[in-house]
Design a binder for this molecule. Structure first.
Ligand code: PEP
Ligand code: MG
Length: 590
């Protein structure tokens, strides 16, 4: 039966494929294809892991102490029975043979199918067996991860991304943490759907950086969509169509082709300088999450990186401690070298709110307890609370500056005292490097303007910093008191709100008047709906996902910055700034 599910569009385009449902807790299960000739061996891995767990359970049963609760042997019997039932391992083997999923993926896909059957059972006792099924599956997944060949298979995974003849796959989950999303960056999935999340949640941002269609905040999606259902993700409208009729599929396939043609057309602008009709040069920078993203930034025609979200280096570390200075240095150096002399702006860690690290350390624990993490120990507050960690990051960044043009960007400043503390820590980090005879170059230091307080004390901040970058994602969140990752208030998250626009306009004007570089690195920079207005406000530096550069550049090429500048006041004073901007900034016909 065809079904439409509405959510929030976060990444445009159309994806058509079969649904892969992933439960949040198992989101780190490896997903890759196994070539046809290795399918039998993969099934063997599955059977071996199952047999290992059965043996484990039987020996557990035999070793039960005499005073063990009498339900325990019966429960272990149920677990062994579930494992030996063909509907688990036998059916998972079918996923391996027919869809070429690796063993872990096949098993978790089958778990989702069976879990639904259990949910639909009338009998309460049987319904409750779902938890047992989940437990035994987790045990088999653990046994699989202990098998030696799994690491090698994972490494081979990217090679198999384009496994011939496969249906495209789209990922459906209740929620995906930003760290997990990152793991899917180079995965097989052609689109994403999640039940929760807002447009500028970090999960949505990573999805957008992958440049594939995504819908978040689709509430019931993971309950309504079933494993292997055909679905269409309309990333522009924020709609997911489940089991679409043929005619709808044809229509979307047509749109996919048109989008592809449009992309190819825009691609031709890649190396065209971004200059307005009246000759104003505009800087197109890229936002990246990992050093490996740097080549894509160059490829897209970026003239530098305006925001490297370094916190992603601190995630997915499987319980290990935070990255050492040397590990960070190598990552930053790789990113700097990849940019071939173009500037690399490294933002110091922005841990907290919807981004957490695995480390079970004191601050993380404190953060977990925090009632309102977006207002808690986040970003620069986290760094200043851990001076040794902060110094290590600064030393690593400074050392990378010996290999290219590096700039440091500090997130979430609100107080001048924080700026002073930062420069003290930086001075110490530099002295430590000098004492150790380590090379580094001069680096510019910039502040993110993402808290209204920072925008309002900009004059003071500009005395300390070389440049500023406006983080509109947080600036909107903190100006309007709207949690950016909460889909329930997503309708109130309004970049067009006059208060937001006036803080942005004021920041650009003040920085320009002080002769300091100002850019926007929040999601507004990559949205062409805002390009003319930001140019009109005097912005000449935009930082965005590489995939957005060509479209924004096209918008820049069509604008006459001088003519637009006179219209800003009208937009800011309007009751409906969005409508007013549309009316005033219609592109000049060529
Ligand atoms: C922002 O807040 O606009 C920004 C660029 O930082 P992040 O999205 O990582 O919070
Ligand atoms: Mg931010």
């Amino acid at each position: 039966m065809t079904l439409q599910i509405f959510g929030l569009s976060v990444s445009p385009g159309v994806a058509i494929g079969r649904a892969v449902l992933v439960a949040s807790s198992r989101v780190d299960v490896a997903h890759y294809f196994v070539p046809r000739e290795r399918a039998a061996a993969e099934v063997q891995r599955l059977v071996r892991a199952r047999d290992e767990v059965v043996a484990e359970l039987i020996s557990l049963q035999q070793d039960l102490p005499a005073d063990a609760p009498h339900e325990l042997p019966a429960l272990l019997d149920v677990h062994v029975m579930l494992l030996q039932d063909e509907s688990l391992i036998g059916a998972a083997a079918v996923w391996v043979h027919e869809r070429h999923y690796n063993a872990e993926w096949a098993l978790s896909a089958q778990l989702e199918v069976l879990a639904r059957h259990f949910d639909e059972m009338e009998d309460e006792y049987l319904r409750e067996r779902k938890a047992d099924l989940e437990q035994v599956t987790e045990r088999v997944l653990a046994a699989l991860s202990r098998q030696n060949n799994s690491a090698a298979e994972r490494l081979a995974a990217p090679v198999m991304q384009d496994f011939a003849g496969e249906d495209a796959l789209v990922l459906v989950a209740s929620d995906i943490a930003p760290a997990d999303m990152l793991q899917f960056k180079r995965s097989v999935f052609k689109g994403f759907v999640t039940d929760v999340g807002g447009r500028t949640s970090h999960t949505a941002i990573v999805a957008r950086s992958m440049d594939i269609p995504a819908v978040v905040g689709a509430r019931e999606a993971s309950r309504l969509i079933r494993q292997d259902d055909w679905i269409v993700i309309d990333g522009d409208a924020g709609v997911v169509i489940v089991d679409p009729p043929q005619i709808v599929l044809e229509e979307y396939r047509f749109r996919q082709r048109q989008i592809q043609l449009e992309r190819e057309r825009l691609d031709r602008l890649r190396h065209t300088p971004a200059v307005t009709l009246d000759g104003q040069a505009v800087q197109m920078l890229a936002n990246i999450e990992l050093p490996e993203d740097a080549p894509a930034a160059l490829e897209a025609g970026a003239v530098g990186v305006g925001l490297f979200r370094s916190e992603f280096l601190f995630m997915n570390r499987a319980g290990q401690s935070l990255p050492s200075e040397d590990e960070q240095f190598e990552a930053y150096r790789a990113a700097v070298i990849a940019m071939k002399g173009l500037p690399m702006t490294i933002r110091t860690v922005d841990i907290g709110a919807d981004k957490s690290v695995d480390r079970p350390g004191s601050h993380e624990a404190r953060h977990e307890r925090s009632l309102n993490p977006a207002l808690g120990l986040r970003a620069i507050r986290w760094s200043l609370a851990e001076p040794a960690m902060f110094r290590a990051q600064l030393r690593a960044i400074l050392r990378a500056s010996a290999f290219g043009k590096v700039r440091i960007l500090l997130p979430m400043l609100a107080h001048l005292s924080e700026a002073r503390q930062v420069f003290d820590v930086l001075a110490r980090a530099k002295q430590q490097l000098r004492d150790a005879g380590r090379a580094f170059n001069d680096v510019e230091v910039g502040a993110m303007i993402e808290i209204p307080a920072a925008a309002l004390i900009l004059d003071g901040l500009l005395r300390h910093f070389d440049f500023v970058s406006i983080g509109t994602n947080d600036l909107i969140q903190y100006t309007l008191a709207i949690d950016r990752s909460d889909e329930q208030v997503a309708h109130l998250y309004d970049p067009w709100h006059p208060a937001v626009l006036s803080l942005i306009a004021g920041t650009i004007a003040t920085a320009n008047a002080a002769g300091k570089e100002v850019s926007v690195c929040g999601e507004m920079a990559g949205d062409t709906a805002f390009t003319p207005l930001l140019l009109a406000m005097g912005l000449r530096s935009f930082s965005m996902h590489p995939g957005q550069i060509a479209a924004v550049k096209q918008a820049v090429l069509r604008c006459e910055a001088g003519r637009l500048a006179g219209c800003v006041a009208q937009v800011l004073q309007s009751e409906n700034p969005q409508a007013m901007a549309k009316q005033l900034f219609e592109p000049v016909p060529r």
